[in-house]
Design a protein around this ligand. Structure first.
Ligand code: NAD
Length: 275
């Protein structure tokens, strides 16, 4: 990253953001915020429209005519930036490798990776002893292994270019303390923070920073689901639910050149829920 760039100035930078298909999602807000700061963006999701959580309607998306990734491509392009939409499963090596390769092919390089994709709420939301093995494996595969699989080819690309770069992992407050009926989710988000710290140690001398954001309850479709409401009833000192933009602004801070002395951190953006 050039020394003369102002904070927030991502002109000339390329970001790859996973889990961008939902209209109210954190991924969409991150992609738009980085695009407003000047970055071109590769946006990805499992399927173009994103996947739904249990007990969640998508009435708002239907009413708005939201098409998923194609709608977000239009929004990014209307900001004057370039966008590429890619689909694939972050938890499958073949898909992760091809999404990173396609982004590099499309833009010539990638500088910033935001691992935002998260497994939908489902059968994992239960007492630990009642969670089906497949549900536990799915959450770990998408939330934890997905970071490992996406980061590998991205880091090798940076090392080949001898270029600085940024990884921002969207973890959770559930990566810092346990919550009942969140066995798989907490395990996966603790793993996300562990990977963040290890990669930060490994890459600090290469100008590559690796940080995590730990959102508290954020008003996305995930929170609109029945299980989400249980968490959103936690009282925060700020006394409101967070917004996807609250998270996106923190990602921009970490992705910007001026944050090059910040690495290995797990920053809570949660209205003071954890302190
Ligand atoms: N909303 C909150 O309160 C909250 C709190 C803490 C952390 N988070 C984290 O923020 C991130 C974004 O969540 P959100 O609230 O925007 O929810 P969301 O459900 O809108 O976003 C998750 C996205 O990940 C995608 N996805 C699911 N499985 C995938 C797979 N196998 N491969 C690729 N993409 C896949 C989904 O399609 C979706 O677009 C997640 O990692 C989540 O754990 C959210």
């Amino acid at each position: 990253m050039r020394e003369d760039e102002d904070m927030g100035d991502l002109v000339g930078h390329v970001a790859l953001v996973t889990g961008c298909g939902r209209m109210q999602g954190i991924g969409r807000a991150i992609a738009l915020t980085l695009a407003r700061a000047g970055a071109d963006i590769a946006i990805t999701d499992l399927v173009a429209g994103g996947v739904q959580n249990v007990a969640e309607g998508n009435e708002a998306e239907r009413a708005a005519g939201w098409q998923g990734l194609p709608s977000l491509v239009d929004e990014i392009e209307s900001l004057g930036r370039k966008a590429i939409a890619l689909t694939g499963d972050v938890g499958l090596k073949r898909d992760a490798d091809s999404m990173v390769a396609e982004a590099i092919k499309g833009f010539g390089k990638v500088d910033i990776l935001v691992n935002n994709a998260g497994a939908p709420h489902g059968a994992d939301r239960n007492w630990t002893w009642d969670v089906p093995e497949e549900a536990f494996d799915d959450v770990m595969r998408i939330n934890a292994k997905g970071i490992f699989l996406m980061s590998g080819p991205f880091i090798r690309h940076l090392l080949e270019r001898e270029a600085p770069g940024r990884i921002v992992n969207i973890a959770s407050g559930a990566g810092k303390r346990g919550y009942p009926k969140r066995g798989a989710y907490c395990a996966s988000k603790f793993a996300a923070i562990g990977l963040t710290q290890v990669m930060a140690e490994e890459l600090g001398d290469r100008g590559i920073t690796v940080n995590a954001i730990c959102p508290g309850p954020i008003a996305t479709a995930r929170q609109a689901s029945r299980e989400g409401q249980a968490i959103s009833s936690f009282r925060t000192p700020v006394q409101r639910l967070g917004t996807a933009d609250d998270i996106a602004r923190a990602v921009l801070f970490l992705a910007a050149p001026s944050a090059d002395y910040v690495t290995g951190q797990s920053i809570s953006i949660d209205g003071g829920l954890l302190m």
